[in-house]
Design a protein around this ligand. Sequence first.
Ligand SMILES: [Fe+2]
Length: 220
Amino acid sequence: MTPSILFQNRRRFVRTLGLGAALFTVPGLFAEELMRTPRQTEGPFYPDHLPLDTDNDLIIVNDGATPALGDITHLSGRILDARGEPIRNALVEIWQVDGKGVYLHSRSNDHNQRDKNFQGFGRFLTGTTGEYYFRTIKPVPYPGRTPHIHFALKMKGREKWTTQCYIKGEPLNEKDGVYKGIQDPKARAAVTIDFAPIKGSKIGELAARFDIVMGFTPAV
Ligand SMILES: [Fe+2]
């Protein structure tokens, strides 16, 4: 190889690197491609009395021996700002009906039928990666609604922000007024997630991933 070819190759290599670096540093470039997660109503069933146990494992209440009824789901995702950067110190709360369609709320349907082994509500505080994790159940329908999981995000200096996530491929979605209230198909897709079987799980566990993109960048 002659020195001139070496030089040319090195120049091309340097140019490529430069372009790569630019892609990662130009503010706002990546954000254009991120769909903001649509905000959804909190609904009437945020728990009116919090459980004694509010951790991120909704399958086991305190140190109970009996797990909740339902398809165990490992639900995770990241809380991101408008530029796609992780948001830390975001308190992520979820709540949903138990395997029988009952909320942890005194005005829920069939309140006395509630599955006492399901926590119904959980919390997770994000770290530097913006990641959250819950062990819960795959949501089931209840009268008037397609299956969904409610989310509330609490961040210092901001008002509470709520949304809901849905099961991809669930036929009831198309009949659900709250779901259909999201007009933009891309925004709808952003809250419609896969509940995929975990290979090798002997008890049929599922994994679901729901990233939440906020429409702002926190002040540091
Ligand atoms: Fe609900």
